[in-house]
Design a binder for this molecule. Structure first.
Ligand code: NAD
Length: 534
């Protein structure tokens, strides 16, 4: 939640014995879920560990078969998933399908195909001459129990994109979904049960922040957290205390750089979608636009016109393009940023008003100009339907402003010259940069997702995300087991000299020097087959 999080501890208790699910479009309670008590956590871990031990003995092939079954189960229940998640988030159904259900299906399908190659033991040829007589490989072992703590904005796609690789790699999963979207969290975990994954392998824990803290106290083998910077700091500290590795997917302040040669019709449509999809409540939504001066006015005008045409409404209205914000507290946070920007000279060209006629949490998408980096609107994550546009005099200024942020999640560059686009992308600090598209990389299975700085660390999605789910073990078998190693004890002056000659023979910068030790071939041979060892 966007409510400032406290450094909670496992001893804090959940005040209510249940978690309510609300419809953000109407404010009605649409579901009630039993809260997990922190004192239940140890038993949950025990169950998970037992299930994981058995699960890890199954072959990768068997696990892939189960993953395909999960994919089919998701497909079979896709309407139910869309109902639950649009009911709880208020997002348009088309976004639930494209950005959440499709992503989960594709992740399961993709990893079931690729994992056998990526997770099988990988041969390690040795480069060091002295180690040639060894065969070695990397093995990818499960971490054990993975704790997933997830937010409300993509309550299906985010846990699914982590649960799928986690179980595939042989882990058990304990998912603590956001208290704002307990129904989608419960359903995500239940799909694994419906697909007949072993009992206890995927469990859901319903609760607020203190339960998340208790989950970490319980000692998972790895923590995957997606959420705000403030909570991420608590999680990082809690993990550090127990030396638990973590992946942190935190906030973003993504920039869009529009060069003067861009197709403005396309770029403005992208800007409008990129700023307002999921009502702007997306970590990789466009929060800042830097547009080259000569086209700034036309581009801004196009954005305003297109924004005005957007249809607001609840997900039950299939023509609605922008839904409600998740809660009033998120709406108020956005309004505060808008007011602060206005007080410092920004101009709201369209939108920014509440729409109580539609429901309690509707806020008109707004286009704002006259912004600068002294404003919260340009520095802090907004996480709402606001497009902030700033003209720039040069590409260099656009890049400088893009990089002037504590966040570094993703960005986009718009130009009709792909070569220039690549050059600009290379100078932007971000986990990913798209040229002439934005945000869609999140749905590309091959693309890693993650940032640095205040955007967190580690990666999800892609092969890199899968590798976060494993411990890498190096195994080495010596092919000459009857020969003692030259570097073992029995140190003598002769051994020291032979070691020096060996270094020269391999690393001397010119051939003459390298071959010089060859005059004393015997010493190298003696180094390899020493008789004076102990
Ligand atoms: P949040 O930080 O308020 O909550 C996220 C999760 O952490 C929830 O499940 C919450 O119950 C739990 N939590 C809260 N305090 C905790 C504590 N002390 N210990 C353990 N768990 C705790 O975030 P939110 O409002 O749900 O989500 C919005 C934020 O998430 C935004 O900042 C957004 O940018 C970020 N986000 C990032 C990504 C990404 O991939 N980088 C994706 C989606 C959302």
């Amino acid at each position: 939640m966007a409510v400032p999080s406290q450094p909670l501890t496992a001893t804090d208790s959940t005040a209510a014995g249940y978690i309510d699910s609300n419809n953000p479009a109407t404010g009605e309670v649409i579901g009630r879920y039993e809260a997990t008590r922190p004192n239940e956590v140890p038993a949950i871990f025990e169950h998970a560990r037992r299930a994981q031990e058995e699960w890890a003995t199954r072959t990768l092939r068997e696990r892939c078969v189960m993953l395909r079954r999960l994919r089919d189960t998701i497909f079979e229940h896709r309407e139910e998933i869309a109902d639950v998640l649009t009911g709880e988030t208020g997002k348009p159904r088309v976004e639930a399908i494209f950005a959440e259900i499709l992503l989960a299906l594709d992740t399961a399908d993709f990893l079931a195909r690729r994992a056998p190659r990526w997770l099988r033991a990988e041969r390690v040829p040795h480069h060091n001459l002295a180690m040639k007589a060894k065969s070695a490989w990397l093995e990818f072992e499960p971490q054990g129990v993975a704790a997933l703590i997830t937010p409300w904005n993509y309550p299906f796609a985010i846990p699914m994109a982590e649960m799928i690789p986690a179980v595939l790699a042989g882990n058990a999963v304990l998912l603590k979904p956001s208290e704002v979207t307990p129904g989608t969290g419960a359903l995500a975990a239940d799909l694994f049960h419906r697909a007949q994954f072993p009992a206890g392998l995927v469990q859901v824990l319903q609760g607020r922040g203190e339960l998340g803290a208790a989950l970490i106290e319980g000692g998972p083998d790895k923590v995957f957290f997606t959420g705000s910077v403030a909570t991420g700091q608590h999680i990082a500290a809690a993990c550090a205390r127990k030396l638990i590795p973590s992946v942190l997917e935190l906030g973003g302040k993504d920039a869009m750089v529009v060069l003067a040669d861009a197709d403005l019709e396309i770029a403005s449509s992208a800007a409008v979608w990129g700023s307002f999809m999921n009502c702007g409540q997306t970590c990789i939504s466009v929060e800042r636009i830097y547009v080259e001066q000569p086209v700034a006015e036309r581009f801004t005008q196009m954005c305003v016109e297109k924004t005005k045409k957007l249809r607001l409404g609840p997900p039950t209205d299939r023509d609605a393009e922008v839904g409600p914000m998740i809660r009033l507290w998120q709406l108020e946070k956005v309004e505060k940023q808008l007011q602060e920007a206005k007080a410092h000279g920004a101009e709201i060209l369209t939108g920014g008003n509440r729409r109580p006629d539609l429901g309690p949490n509707f806020l008109e998408p707004s286009v704002v100009t006259g912004v600068d980096h002294s404003m919260q609107l340009m520095r802090d994550e907004t996480f709402g339907p606001v497009m902030a546009i700033r003209p720039v005099v040069s590409v260099d200024e656009a890049i400088e402003l893009t990089n002037d942020s504590q966040f570094s999640l993703s960005a986009s560059v718009w130009t009709s010259d792909p070569r220039r686009g690549k050059e600009v992308a290379a100078r932007i600090h971000a986990g990913s940069v798209m040229v002439n598209d934005l945000a869609s990389y999140y749905g590309i299975c091959e693309a890693p997702h993650g940032g640095s700085g205040a955007s967190g660390w580690g990666r999800t999605h892609s092969r890199l995300g899968l590798l976060e789910m494993v411990r890498v073990k190096y195994v080495d078998v010596d092919r000459l087991p009857r020969i003692a190693k030259s570097w073992w004890y029995g140190y003598t002056e002769e051994l020291t000299a032979a070691a020096g000659r060996f270094v020269e023979a391999v690393f001397a910068p010119n051939w003459k020097q390298r071959l010089a030790p060859g005059k004393d071939k015997g010493s190298i041979r003696r180094l390899l087959f020493r008789r004076d060892r102990i």
